[in-house]
Design a protein around this ligand. Structure first.
Ligand code: 2IT
Length: 447
């Protein structure tokens, strides 16, 4: 797999010691492939055991989450918090509540988060958590009781300078409210131990929009620098209509893009008139079915297969749903239809095979850990506001977010140039993120 014997040894140990954790293997492989390009320049890399320490989470907390459903039956879910790396700051990363959650997915997300957080330039380490619980079909009471049970264990492992969770798939403002409320009750403290909070109890303006907006700011920088163009007038597809996709659609439209297709887990919506963001926002806030888009926009074509999205002709594709949602078959269709750029909005939404295919075909490609870092960066801004007991305006936060996204783009691009692969942002993001963590680990002793 690797020319370098040290990388080869540590990677085969990862396969052996973490069996069946395919998502975790995938993210480690991608990062190692990038690091291999700079190994000769890294002093004390092997003798300090940097790689062995990098792939082993500092701590994994796995716990039982019992709760009682509306019918009086006892339900048990599994809770996780993976505290992966705190070399550059307190663990930071979201909580995911989804039936697909398992240890491999938690570890992949926490590992990825370590480099993403480093790229933001803010002092945040990498962590991630969640549960195999899904809010879908549950009553408000059930969701609240689940969140309280989850927090009755997690609270002892987190804190404003220790570990600061936030939302992710299945964890929005509602869940964060229940989780934070119970944390506050148990600790008898009002601290910024959560981000993504409602504004009334310490949330930051623009945090809700930040991941999606940040993706578009990053896309603009990439299209300008590497394509001499912009989102304006481009045909765009966005997958996923959760917190990330929705605000990516909104900002892309604001920047003049023609968003012609969107999807969710059950539908693809193709609207040549351009997706109407107001309808999408109202469907989302009323927890309606995305298929209801057709009631107001009868001209749109709606199918029940989310994969149909990638068959729509486009210039720019922005996958914002979940890991490995876009495979080689989708990639081939997109390229044959004239795709110019792919900007990852979710964490690792493109398989490695599809990523390599896009790169071979000369498609501009941005990895999620760079282009979706605006969410966690704005969480970092929420932490700052909580610490100094201030709240900044929407415009002030949005301005800082834009500056951060441009800096992330520049850091990734510069790193890609340094290794002789200008424009390879996968390599650039991994190297720029890794070097910061490596320096911090190298100078803090063997811990
Ligand atoms: O994947 C991510 O970066 C997030 N879910 C946001 C994490 C955060 O702490 O804001």
């Amino acid at each position: 797999m690797f020319q370098n014997a040290y990388l080869e040894r540590v990677y085969s140990d990862v396969l052996k010691n973490h069996p069946h954790q395919v998502e975790f293997h995938q993210t480690v492989l991608e990062v190692f492939q990038s690091i291999e390009k700079i190994i000769p320049t890294l002093p004390h890399f092997e003798d300090q055991g940097i790689l062995e320490r990098l792939v082993e989470p500092e701590r994994v907390i796995l716990f039982r989450v019992p709760w009682v459903d509306d019918a009086g039956r006892v339900q048990v879910n599994r809770g996780y918090r993976v505290q992966f790396n705190s070399a550059i700051g307190p663990y930071k990363g979201g909580l995911r509540f989804d039936s697909s959650v398992n240890l491999s997915i938690m570890k992949f997300l926490a590992f990825e988060q370590t480099f993403k957080n480093a790229l933001t330039g803010l002092p945040m380490g990498g962590g991630k958590g969640g549960s195999d619980f899904s809010s879908a079909g549950k009553s408000e009471g059930e969701i609240m009781r689940f969140c309280q049970s989850f927090m009755s264990e997690l609270y002892r492992h987190i804190g404003p300078d220790t570990d600061v969770p936030a939302g992710d798939l299945g964890v929005g403002a509602r869940e964060i409210g229940y989780l934070y409320g119970y944390y506050r009750k148990l600790t008898n403290e009002f601290t910024g131990t959560f981000t993504g909070k409602r504004i009334s109890f310490g949330g930051s303006l623009a945090r809700t929009e930040a991941t999606g907006f940040g993706i578009c700011y990053f896309a603009e920088a990439m299209l300008k620098r590497q394509g001499g163009t912009s989102l304006k007038g481009k045909r765009v597809l966005v997958s996923g209509t959760g917190n990330v996709g929705t605000y990516a659609i909104q900002k892309a439209i604001e920047l003049g893009a023609h968003v012609v297709g969107i999807n969710d887990i059950n539908h693809t919506i193709h609207d040549e008139e351009g997706i109407d963001i107001k309808t999408v926002l109202s469907i989302r806030s009323n927890r309606q079915d995305l298929g209801d888009y057709g009631l107001k926009h009868p001209q749109a074509t709606i199918t029940s297969n989310p994969k149909d999205l990638w068959k729509i002709k486009c210039d720019v594709a922005i996958p914002c749903a979940t890991q490995n949602e876009l495979g080689i078959d989708d990639a081939k269709i997109l390229v044959s239809n004239g795709l110019m750029a792919l900007i990852e909005g979710a964490n690792m939404p493109t398989t490695l095979e599809a990523t390599h295919y896009f790169q071979e075909k000369g498609i501009l490609f941005s990895p999620g850990k760079a282009s979706n870092a605006g969410g966690v960066a704005t969480s970092g801004l929420e932490m700052s506001q909580n610490s100094i007991r201030e709240s900044w305006t929407f415009e002030a936060v949005d301005q800082k977010l834009q500056t951060i996204m441009l800096k992330i783009y520049d850091a990734c691009y510069e790193a890609s140039v340094k290794v002789g692969e200008p424009g390879n942002l996968v390599v650039g993001a991994n190297i720029a993120g890794f070097l910061k963590v490596y320096d911090a680990m190298l100078h803090q002793g063997i811990i």
